[in-house]
Design a protein around this ligand. Structure first.
Ligand code: SAM
Length: 290
């Protein structure tokens, strides 16, 4: 079994800062992250950005099947060599934003052990993310949510605060509303820059997102409701009325706000999802979108 992650130092020929490469320094922290996935002995785990393999080596021992996606050709090749004899591990060299999740959970190419593809439950996802594409990765996971259940991600601390924020608090915004439309978010623990090599400029927080789509409960159609949220949150300093008025006729908007008991001068940040959904339903019931 492979031992620990390879070490890549800032300034070394192999380090690619543009890919958000900050590698976990110690096994204890890596264990805490993998522990947050729960018992994965019967699960398929998808790892995003395995890098030098800090989480991968632990997952290789614990998971029924592990699929890891790494965009850096050199790191992907190193990992492939490292796990060449492990039948339950697959290293895919690719961009997580371009991978078709409808296809990767099938049989492992060239496997001599059929049946590994039939996981009894949706996959669990883990990753110490390249921070600059955090939102894009989340949106992609939500898009393919039928394949996933628990998602444990290391993200920039401020982003974790926004994802988990409650309506009416300073950090609540479009990212919070979108994440909470699909998942239940828990902040688990925060790490200082020194936990990584090379250290990033920011603190990092490990988040656990449990899939819990609210669309049916809120009785809203996915695409149109997301579009509505984007308009509602449009410009942060503007009131809900000002953000919505160019999309709905004033009379319709006024009536819908009255009927849902929402004051026109509040900002979208103050509205819990249930209220946003009620307003959306009221507006669309009269087919008033321009
Ligand atoms: N998991 C390792 C760890 O914890 O030490 C590495 C984490 S590092 C913050 C992020 C990793 O994601 C890097 O290995 C980087 O090359 C990879 N990466 C960056 N962009 C990616 C993308 N679009 N798709 C897949 N991997 C990506």
């Amino acid at each position: 079994m492979p031992k620990g992650p390879a070490v890549i130092r800032r300034g070394s020929r192999d380090w690619k800062p543009k890919l958000g490469q900050h590698f976990l320094r110690d096994t204890h922290t890596a264990s805490r992250i993998v522990d947050a996935l729960g018992d994965v002995s019967q699960s398929t785990v998808l790892e995003i950005g395995p890098g030098a393999g800090a989480l991968t080596v632990l997952l290789a021992r614990r998971a029924r099947r592990l699929i890891a996606i790494e965009t850096d050709r050199v790191l992907a090749a190193q990992l492939r060599m490292q796990f060449a004899t492990a039948e339950n591990i697959e290293i895919i060299e690719g961009d997580v934003l371009a991978i078709d999740f409808d296809t990767i959970f099938g049989p492992k190419p060239g496997t001599s052990r059929p049946g590994l593809e039939y996981s009894p439950e949706p996959a669990r996802v883990v990753g110490n993310l390249p921070y600059f594409i955090t939102s894009d990765i989340l949106l992609r996971l939500f898009e393919f949510r039928r394949h996933f259940e628990t998602i444990v991600l290391m993200v920039q601390r401020e982003v974790a605060d926004r994802i988990a924020a409650k309506a009416g608090t300073r950090d609540y915004g479009l990212l919070s509303a979108t994440a909470q439309l699909y998942t239940r978010a828990e902040k688990l623990f925060t790490l200082p820059p020194g936990a990584f090599n090379p250290p990033p400029k920011v603190h990092s927080t490990v988040l656990r997102l449990t899939m819990a789509p609210q669309l049916e409960k809120l009785r809203v159609p996915e695409d149109r409701f997301i579009a509505f949220l984007k308009v509602s949150f449009g410009q942060k300093r503007k009131t809900l009325w000002n953000n919505l008025k160019s999309h709905y006729q004033p009379e319709l908007l006024k009536t819908a706000l009255e009927r849902t008991g929402i004051k026109p001068n509040i900002r979208a940040e103050a509205l819990p999802l249930e209220k946003s959904a009620a307003l959306f339903r009221e507006l669309t019931a009269r087919d008033g979108t321009r």
